[in-house]
Structure formats: structure tokens, C-alpha cells
Write a protein that binds this ligand. Structure first.
Ligand SMILES: [Cu+2]
Length: 680
């Protein structure tokens, strides 16, 4: 994007275009003081003291039943006035967005939900009070179900949680309309894996619109179960430098808030071409808000392929644009929990040291200038050690210099910054000299934020060895004697975490059935149709009936472009991922480059055997030699919970427009089929 698109309000309130480098000096004063960020606010849960049932209801029991471990909170859904920093203008844009309000929400960063930090065995009650204006499209039966609608209806999804999908559990098949309150109750089983999950709105018809308004937050399940010789434990018990303290943790909720200002005809305002600065060829000009305009998310013309990159909006982290993470020293080991809470665009998270001689203040002032970032965020990409995928501990740490986050993904990463000084957090694809062909198209803003590393013990040599040593020390302090040597031997073997895996590997013998799925966008129809297995979503139709206790092997494909597959309730294990030539690209040393571009895609490398709840189903388009279609094989167990829920594409505007299936897990009938209750 040309830097000529920068605008500032001049002394007389007249819009003037000027170079971003010059603007930076003016902007730094107002921009910087808000940029230092920490984790999203922690929700202050009201935890109920144990209490007895009423005497009448307790009567059948010999002793009064104690109810405890119950926490509650209120989330009001309401329009909120706020402002979002815009590096392109080095100022703040006013916005008016649907958001959560309630206790623990930071008024300076209201467009991210507070973090829920809970334990296995707890019950969480969330009262969702919809205070948005009336919306007839929520109740009008004539509204087509796969046309975006009911922007003021809402509900809630606990993404990745293994909980009851029915009734007042993790039920997204309900609409909480304006004026209605509903109390969700999430009973987190005591054997629930500890890990990084998240929650967001999921009302079919307005999911993308509300998530893109910031209605999403982190949901951490924190475990204290030590491994034993017969039972695996929570990795939380290992990631502790002392037995009283965990490695410092950071929660990063990445969001793509695609607000726009509209003209009198309701068209999105874009930067008009300037003399000497014509719009780049084949690229839409970025969104534009004039002084006094208010940005909103009120239409699905704000979504779609390429719109995020073209909009010029930047990814926020914990509700802030281009934040600065500080309070860490060179050589500290930290646990970073990254959550892609955006709508559709990939984030290839990479850390590179800022060039020597450039100060953080200078870099912040030039945050809106992609050329400055590319010229100065030039350090060698830092190695990241990924230890959990979608919240679930990986068998062995994955080493990478770019963590690929697709919408809905989470990575828990052990981070060590070896040297003091500022590091840039960038999108590796946009930084690349020869970016791979991506889908959706590459956005244009490389910068995500900065990490300001203070002097400390430092880390020289191989970072994996450094982290291994730190974890061996941690194991020595924290692990029980009867398991300690096994844990340490694992760590010495390429950072293996076999005693902390929550789900055992699905064996060939366990598999009881097969499922196949193909995403498609039928572009031959007008309007185009978003499909799974050739059909758009129909809330009346049950697309699959799965048997409780069954274990299916799924084959996932996409017939047109790529889509992140997400299924609620039970996670799945990656068995293999075949590129269009039939080569498995999920192994630890796999090279995913079927068309020999010389720029392999790192996103599937090492995923074999990992458990996830969201997975990119890739189709790179036909080439001269292959179909471009990948084949993903995953396995899943349907455990504990029966009921109706959904699978869908996690490009949320695709979901809203029909790329979703209604699935049912039913009891077996004892004869190999499913029980139909009392019916014959
Ligand atoms: Cu999709």
C-alpha cells in the first residue's frame, strides 16, 4: 500500500495528505501512552460458597448435597462508543460497535471480552443479556436462513470446550433476541483438559458481524493434575520455574475489527485517489473515515475475499492496535497463549528483532508504513516452540519461525527472547520477499505489535537446548519422584511431552466408521451458494447422525478455495494430510510445496498426531500438474455428550451464508444403529 494514503487533520481542520514518516512525529505523543498492554482483563467471577439445597429438595439424601465450584457473570450485549487507533492516519477513529459490557471490561479497550480463567470441575454460569435494539429479521420466518440477518440477535459458543452442547450448555442453535436474557451453564467436567480455549458469539446470520465487532475473549482452563505412572497430567504442572509460581503467561487475542465509515448512500468510504498518488493497480483503496465520522460494522459488504487487506485495518491484540508487550527480560521463559479471534484472514506470526539503531519510538511512529517495517524489522526470525495446538498439548514441541494462525486456531508457545531490545511482531507472509500464493489474498499490513525486551540473563546458543534446560529444572522441582525421571527423559528427547497428552492416540482398531466432507462455494449460481457436501445449511435438516461411543475417520476436502474446518464438542486427531500429489505434508520434516515454488507452506508441518478442533482445508487451485486439492484425514471419538450441534467453516461470513452442517450425536440402540428414543 502506498504511504501516500496517510491523512492528518491540519491546523484548520482541513484534511491534508502527508508522508507517514512526517506524521509519525506528530502522532507518537498521542499514540504511545496507550500502547503498552498486558493480558485482557481477568473476569472477576463471583464464586459461590458451597451451600445446601433447600431442606425440601435435600430430603431424599442422607446428607445435604453441597453445591460448590460455581462461578457466575453477567455479559450485557449493547452498542458501545469507543475509539480504535489507526496507524495509517496516526490518530484514533471513532467507532460505534456491538460489544460486551459488564464487570471486568476495560473501558479503554472494550472490543475484546474479558478472560475467563477456570478450573476443571467448575460450573460457569454466564447470563447473556441482549440489550441491542429490536430486530424484526430475527423473528421473520421469511428471512432466508443463509442470508446475513439478525444482526442484533446473539448467543455464545465456548470454542474447543468438551461440554454438553444441548439445552443451556454450549448451544449455538438458539437465538437470544433483543430484550431477551439467557443464562448459559457450562459444566466443565473434572477430567476436562487444561488449555487455551475461547468464547465468541455464534448466531447464524450475524456471527462474522459480531465477532468482527470484537465480541470474543479467551477462556483458559487451568489444571493442577500431576502426572502419575498410570495417568497423564496437565502441562500446567510442568510449566513452573518454582513450585509456587508458573512461567509468566501472556494471553493474546488477535482480532480483525473491520469497521467502516459510510456515505449518505450507505457505501463504504474509501480513500480518494490523490494527485501523484493514484490507487495501486488492481487493489481497492483502503477504507476512510473523515473527521466526525463514526466507524461501524453493519454490513456483509465489509467481509469477503481481499476486503481485510484492502481495508487497511490492522489486526488488534487484546483490543489494541500495534501494542507493545513489555515486562520481560532477555532469557526469560514465558508461555504465550495466542488465539485467532478474527473472522477470515490468516496470521503468520513471526518475531524479528528491530534493526540496531532504530528506536521503539521511531518504529511506533512509523507503524502505519509497511515499507518502514519491512526495512527495519529485519532480524533473524526467532524460533518459537509450540507446545499446545487449539489448547491441547502436543506430543513433542514444534519448532517454527512462524506460527500459522487460521481463524479459530490457538497456539501455546514457549517464548524466549535471547537479547535485550525491541522485537517486531509481524505477519511473515507479508514480510516475505517472495510471498507464497495465499488464500485469502495477502493483506498489506505487516506489523502486529512490538515486544520490548529488557536486559536480563540472556540466552545464547540453541534456544531449544535453552528451553529444554529450563524445563528439566522445572521438572526437577515440580514432578513427583515416581514420574520425574520419565518426564526428564522425555524432555531430553526433542522436548517430548508424552506424560501430558490428554487424549490417547486413536488406533486403527478403534475406528468404527467413516465420514467425508467437502466444502464448496458454488460460484456458478447467482447469488453464489456456500455449501458443505453440495448443500447450504438447513436448520431443519440433520446432516449427520453420529453414534455416541463411535470413532470415525473423517476425510476433509475443499472443492473451491481453502476453509478452516471446525467441529464443536469433540476434538479430532490429525492422521495425515496429503498434498495434491498425494504426499503427506503433516510429518515433522514435511515440505509442503506441491508446485515447487521454492516457498514451502509451514502450516501443516508437524501436525501429524496432534489434536485440534479447527483445521485449514487447503485448495490452492488447479495447476498444470495437479488438482490443487488437499486431502485431510482426521479421527474423532464421540464421547460423553449426546445432542445436536454444528460443524462449519471458521471463515465466519462463509458460515453465516451456509457453510455449516447440523449434526447429531445419538445413543446407540444396542443393535449397531442409533436409538430413536421411544419411537419404532
Ligand atoms: Cu469457508
Amino acid at each position: 500500500m502506498s504511504i501516500g494514503y496517510g491523512f492528518m487533520r491540519g491546523a484548520q481542520g482541513v484534511l491534508i495528505s502527508m508522508s507517514l514518516v512526517a506524521m509519525g512525529a506528530l502522532a507518537s505523543a498521542q499514540g504511545q501512552e496507550r500502547r503498552i498492554i498486558s493480558n485482557p482483563p481477568l473476569l472477576e467471577l463471583k464464586r459461590a460458597a458451597p451451600r445446601s439445597l433447600s431442606p425440601l429438595r435435600a430430603a431424599p439424601f442422607s446428607a445435604p448435597l453441597q453445591l460448590s465450584n460455581e462461578a457466575s457473570l453477567d455479559l450485557n450485549v449493547i452498542y458501545t462508543t469507543g475509539r480504535i487507533y489507526n496507524p495509517a492516519t496516526a490518530g484514533y477513529d471513532q467507532v460505534y460497535l456491538r460489544s460486551y459490557q459488564g464487570t471486568s471490561i476495560d473501558p479503554n479497550a472494550p472490543f475484546v471480552a474479558p478472560t475467563l480463567d477456570i478450573k476443571p470441575g467448575e460450573t460457569i454460569r454466564i447470563s447473556l443479556n441482549n440489550k441491542l435494539p429490536a430486530d424484526p429479521s430475527c423473528t421473520n420466518d421469511a428471512t432466508p436462513v443463509n442470508t446475513p440477518h439478525c444482526f442484533n440477535g446473539t448467543n455464545l459458543h465456548t470454542h474447543g470446550l468438551w461440554v454438553n452442547p444441548s439445552g443451556n450448555g454450549d448451544n449455538v442453535l438458539i437465538s437470544i433476541n433483543p430484550g431477551v436474557s439467557f443464562q448459559y451453564e457450562y459444566n466443565i467436567p473434572s477430567d476436562h483438559p487444561a488449555g487455551t480455549f475461547w468464547y465468541h458469539t455464534h448466531r447464524h446470520g450475524s456471527t462474522a458481524l459480531q465477532v468482527s465487532s470484537g465480541m470474543a475473549g479467551a477462556l483458559i482452563i487451568r489444571g493442577n493434575r500431576l502426572p502419575t505412572p498410570t495417568q497423564n497430567g496437565d502441562i500446567d504442572t510442568l510449566l513452573r520455574p518454582t513450585n509456587t509460581q508458573a512461567f509468566k503467561e501472556r494471553v493474546l487475542v488477535f482480532q480483525q475489527i473491520q469497521y467502516a465509515c459510510r456515505d449518505a448512500s450507505n457505501n463504504i468510504k474509501v480513500v480518494p485517489p490523490q494527485p501523484g498518488n493514484p490507487a495501486p493497480i488492481n487493489q481497492n483503496p483502503p477504507y476512510f473515515c473523515a473527521p466526525g465520522d463514526v466507524g461501524t460494522v453493519e454490513g456483509y459488504d465489509q467481509f469477503g475475499p481481499g476486503t481485510w487487506g484492502a481495508s487497511g485495518r490492522q489486526t488488534s491484540i487484546n483490543g489494541h492496535i500495534v501494542p507493545v508487550f513489555n515486562g520481560l527480560r532477555a532469557g526469560d521463559v514465558e508461555r504465550w497463549r495466542s488465539i485467532h479471534g478474527g473472522v477470515r484472514d490468516t496470521i503468520n506470526l513471526q518475531f524479528r528483532k528491530l534493526r540496531d539503531g532504530v528506536t521503539l519510538a521511531q518504529a511506533l511512529a512509523s507503524a502505519g508504513d509497511p515499507n518502514f517495517i519491512k526495512a527495519n524489522c529485519t532480524g533473524t526470525p526467532l524460533t518459537q516452540h509450540l507446545v499446545a495446538a487449539d489448547g491441547l498439548t502436543i506430543a513433542a514441541a514444534l519448532k517454527t519461525t512462524q506460527a500459522v494462525l487460521q481463524p479459530g486456531y490457538r497456539w501455546d508457545t514457549l517464548m524466549v527472547f535471547p537479547q535485550a531490545g525491541p522485537y517486531c511482531m509481524v505477519d511473515a507472509t507479508i514480510m516475505a520477499v517472495n510471498p507464497p500464493v495465499t488464500n485469502p489474498p495477502t493483506p498489506t499490513r505487516p506489523l502486529l505489535g512490538f515486544v520490548d525486551v529488557q536486559a536480563g540473563p540472556g540466552a545464547s546458543g540453541d534456544l531449544t537446548q535453552f528451553i529444554t534446560s529450563a524445563l528439566i529444572k522445572a521438572a526437577t522441582v515440580n514432578m513427583p519422584q515416581n514420574i520425574r525421571d520419565n518426564v526428564i527423559a522425555d524432555l531430553q528427547n526433542s522436548l517430548t511431552f508424552s506424560r501430558f497428552i490428554q487424549h490417547p492416540t486413536v488406533t486403527d482398531a478403534e475406528v468404527t466408521g467413516k465420514q467425508s466432507l467437502a466444502f464448496n462455494i458454488d460460484v456458478t449460481k447467482s447469488p453464489i451458494v456456500f455449501e458443505v457436501d453440495g448443500k447450504p445449511f438447513d436448520p431443519i435438516r440433520i446432516d449427520r447422525t453420529l453414534i455416541l461411543g463411535g470413532v470415525d475417520e473423517w476425510t476433509l476436502k475443499s472443492d473451491f478455495v481453502s476453509h478452516p474446518f471446525h467441529i464443536h464438542v469433540n476434538p479430532f486427531q490429525v492422521v495425515k494430510i496429503l498434498d495434491p500429489n498425494g504426499v503427506d505434508v503433516s510429518g515433522p520434516d514435511a515440505v509442503d510445496d506441491p508446485n515447487k515454488t521454492g516457498v514451502p507452506d509451514p502450516q501443516y508441518r508437524g501436525l501429524k498426531g496432534t489434536w485440534k478442533d479447527t483445521l485449514w482445508v487447503k485448495n490452492i487451485g488447479k495447476s498444470a500438474t495437479n488438482s490443487g486439492q488437499y486431502t485431510l484425514i482426521v479421527r474423532t471419538r464421540y464421547q460423553r455428550y449426546i445432542g445436536d450441534y454444528v460443524l462449519h467453516c471458521h471463515i465466519l461470513d462463509h458460515e453465516d451464508q451456509g457453510m455449516m452442517q447440523h449434526i447429531r450425536v445419538a445413543l446407540p440402540n444396542g443393535l449397531g444403529g442409533v436409538s430413536k428414543g421411544h419411537a419404532h
